[in-house]
Design a protein around this ligand. Structure first.
Ligand code: NAD
Ligand code: MG
Length: 389
């Protein structure tokens, strides 16, 4: 029996992970499941999987969770500290699937026990790549990528030497506004941005796909996880989302990873690595597909990509600032306080303001990361009134 925990169990990635675990219940012992505010869903999952402990994000929800778990034998916890304690319980495999920088510390807590961390939470690598990788190294833990593009790169690199890698191409669907002219983006609403052409994901990452902030985070994720020179990382718009990444080698050969757009493939790969298991995703029919299409990304329409290049150049805390500012700008966009285009404008302003504050420090400590994240969010609120209308 493998002991597993899932941070962010009630979300899109969390539910897909439990879907795979449910297919082979004898193989797993579920230790900790954490959620955000959806008490009923978390309690239902914890009962169904016989978890040892279930934890919600808000301390105020503790009584409700206790009620919902009464008689189940599942321990209840609530609040940030309780999530960190649950995440620190030793397991063989943990899924990091909380959305946002809030996922960083639970991931670090799990890494300190050794074992394997399946990393869906790309924000961890953007905010604190060196810290995360160093913590894994120090504790003999393994990090496996779950983001579909990074799982694809990881798979394409099996058996290869990094010195033979010439380029890494990650694909982008183009998101909800791929076919919108740039002039129309100013009026885009959160509801319009939250519909993805191919993938079924959480609301925040879906809006980030429409703005290409998701792809921007993934550029940085590629740089931090694989240690590839940013000049060798490319984004390619591929509307069908069937090729997830392509790795080019020095001999001119390319390895493309092709698969259905169903996250259970990448989650299942991380769950079963280094083996492969039967995963119940669609089998692709190439003849029926007919053709696959590609286009270059538009960096004028999507400034997030350009900003990610600056962050990869500066490294250090600039990733933390970039992500924190993006998260706060996204909060404001979802609440209807700023327009779609204001998100990138805000993030750029905050990066510029804070770039004078010694961002390019490589070995950031957790305190520095926390502090930079908090400050970036405050700066967003400060620049808000000065945005161009
Ligand atoms: P989601 O919004 O569906 O789920 C997020 C989970 O985190 C939920 O369980 C939520 O309750 C919990 N959560 C939210 N805020 C929290 C907080 N402050 N403290 C503790 N828990 C909190 O998101 P998702 O789409 O499942 O994405 C999860 C992560 O995986 C993100 O980092 C995302 O970028 C990444 N990812 C997702 C997909 C996908 O297909 N959904 C693909 C690639 C990467
Ligand atoms: Mg992705």
């Amino acid at each position: 029996m493998r002991r597993v925990s899932i941070f962010g169990a009630t979300g899109s990635i969390g539910c897909n992970t439990l879907d795979l675990i449910a297919r082979d219940p004898e193989a797993y012992e579920v230790v900790a499941l954490t959620g955000g505010r959806n008490v009923a869903k978390l309690a239902k999952q914890a009962r169904a999987f016989g978890a040892k402990i279930a934890v919600v994000a808000d301390e105020g929800d503790l009584d409700d969770l206790r009620d919902a778990l009464r008689g189940s034998g599942v321990e209840a916890g609530a609040g940030r500290q309780a999530i960190l304690e649950a995440a620190a319980r030793p397991v063989d495999w943990a899924m990091s699937a909380i959305v946002g920088a809030a996922g960083l510390e639970p991931g670090l807590a799990a890494l300190r026990n050794g074992g394997t961390l399946a990393l869906a939470n790309k924000e961890s690598l953007v905010c604190a790549g060196p810290l995360l990788m160093e913590t894994a190294r120090r504790h003999g833990a393994t990090i496996l990528p779950v983001d579909s593009e990074h799982s694809a790169v990881f798979q394409a690199l099996t058996g290869e030497r990094m010195e033979a890698v010439e380029r890494v191409i990650i694909t982008a669907s183009g998101g909800a506004f791929r076919d919108w002219p740039i002039e129309r983006l100013a009026t885009a609403t959160a509801a319009e941005a939250a519909t993805h052409p191919n993938w079924d994901m959480g609301q925040r990452i879906t809006i980030d796909s429409a703005s290409m902030f998701n792809k921007a985070l993934e550029l940085i994720e590629t740089r931090e996880f694989f240690g590839v020179d940013p000049a060798r990382i490319e984004v390619l718009v591929h509307p069908e989302s069937l090729i997830h990444a392509i790795v080019g080698f020095t001999d001119g050969g390319l390895m493309a990873h092709v698969g259905p757009h169903d996250m259970r493939h990448a989650i299942g790969y991380a769950l079963n690595w280094p083996d492969r298991a039967h995963i119940p995703v669609e089998r692709l029919d190439f003849a029926a597909m007919g053709r696959l299409t590609f286009e270059a990304p538009d960096e004028v329409k999507y400034p997030a990509l350009r900003l990610a290049r600056e962050v990869m150049r500066d490294r250090g805390l600039s990733g933390t600032v970039f992500n924190g500012a993006k998260e706060r700008a996204l909060d404001h966009f979802i609440a209807g306080r700023i327009s779609f285009l204001h998100m990138a404008e805000t993030v750029e302003r905050v990066l510029n303001i804070m770039s004078s504050e010694r961002l390019g420090i490589d070995a950031s400590t957790l305190d520095m990361v926390r502090n930079a994240d908090e400050t970036a969010r405050k700066r967003v609120d400060e620049v808000l009134p000065r945005l161009t209308s």
